[in-house]
Design a protein around this ligand. Sequence first.
Ligand SMILES: Nc1ncnc2c1ncn2[C@@H]1O[C@H](COP(=O)(O)OP(=O)(O)OP(=O)(O)O)[C@@H](O)[C@H]1O
Ligand SMILES: [Mg+2]
Length: 548
Amino acid sequence: MSLLGTAVLISCGNLCWKTLVKIIKKNATNQYSMANNRTIGIDLGTTRSAVAHVTDGEPKIIENSEGESVTPSVVHLTEDGESIVGEGAVNNMMMKPNRTIREIKKLMGTNETVFLGDEEYNPQEVSALTLQKLVSDTEDRLGGDVTNAVITVPAYFTDRQRSATREAGEIIGLEVDRLLPEPSAAVLAYGHREQQLGEVANEVIFVYDLGGGTFDATLVEAEYEHNYIETIATDGDDQLGGSDWTEALVQYAYDVIYEATDVDISQNDEYIEQRGRIFTAAQEAKHALSEQKSVDLTVPFVVPDQGYNLDEEITQAEFEEMTKDLLEDTKIPISDIFERTDHTVEDIDKVLLIGGSTRMPQVETLVEEYFGMEPSKKISPDHAVALGASIQAAILDDDVTDTGITSEEGDGPSGIVLIDVLPQTIGIKVQPGDKFDPIVERDSQLPVTNRSEGYSVQHADQTSVAIEVYQGQDEYAPNNEKLGDAFLNEIPAREPGQGQLAIEFTVNSDGTLEVYGEDLLSGKEVTAEIDSALDSNSRDKTQLPPNA
Ligand SMILES: Nc1ncnc2c1ncn2[C@@H]1O[C@H](COP(=O)(O)OP(=O)(O)OP(=O)(O)O)[C@@H](O)[C@H]1O
Ligand SMILES: [Mg+2]
């Protein structure tokens, strides 16, 4: 492929030397750290997080300091500048909403910032505070230091979202051995259980993962007898989750209140505390509707000066009706997968439900209708992801003999081999027309390396060429997510148009991009870097507010 004259060429002197987040030399290998200290699995969720560790060959959930198996991903900053994470922060959500942040995962990979009191934080830092609580509680439970972790991410997360997640771990000094897609983690946990039960048949598994903030649909082939789990395709929506179902009830409450009182609580700052109470009531009502046919949505004194109490009965059928479009939206990624792979719905042996939102009965009905079978209930939708992450952590850990998770077929101590895929295509912007030119296609099995040739300089004194890198499925590059600018640097002098340069994209096992460059004129490697579009001027651990 020749892109000469079509690629974006930028003369790039000293201006290029911004903060470079990735500097990778050709032939560098993935270095999975082989620490002797504890390695844990972390499910860093939109609404709730969980930790697991493999002890005596068994993955086990590690309870937090409150004795709970899951920790709300909610962060509060006290007036004294200390952080409170989890249930304690939830308690502050209503009274001190300006000092409390929830669902930060929805902003991961963006350059948006949030305020905790007067202090501004980026999403990585807020997630780091959650991780800090999870890690320190785990250290208290297990004794000793936790140095390494496998952290899960939605399968559909882009490079930017994954890199932000890795950075959250690094901020607190955690070595992130791997970022693992949540559905893959769940399949690992499920597969481990099946193996223990002596089930070794191969299966084609569909994972329907509806969490608090994200939806993933993933098609997996599991060959338990060979300890081999292979993802075929993944698709999803990183802005669709249980909180949208809650939001539908919140909106309904606002409408009812407006009808009765003429007050629009959704807009007015005066009602910030009431909004918090409505959210909590809506969430509780939603959960109740998974168990019972109707529920009373009650919020006392929601418009205090009119003495108005919200008290509305909502039936399961009404709730399903007001959220049916959301449920319908989950079918889109599923259908896309069947359209672009060789598999049909009939090939599916098992459907796994992951994520708290799959407790809604309408999800089960959808799965039964779509797949013609009842979903498997063998694993806990709340714990499977963390358990699977801990299994992956044990596999990557040097000390696997302690874990009991080993394999006869697998490569040395690596045990189960898990192959993931790239969720969204990575490519570059080309001219004319700002078109998106794919370099690594989605559903490529990882790790993968692809090359693109045909770059050159525009001016003889040019020492660097910049290439804009995007991720997504749109033919028009700017409609995709910009990952950053890849620079081919320290280019030996040449005439414009002369001497081709090649760029190589490697997407490693956890779905993050590395770039290499080569000068085809001299055959030599040129340095290649990505100047990430993700701002990463994060505070480090010592600058974060300490745990209260
Ligand atoms: N019984 C229930 N009925 C309906 N929804 C529920 C129930 N229990 C939990 N949920 C919902 O599940 C969601 C949380 O699920 P989960 O903990 O799997 O998500 P998460 O890990 O926080 O998010 P994500 O995986 O998207 O990052 C919340 O929206 C919560 O309201
Ligand atoms: Mg989750």
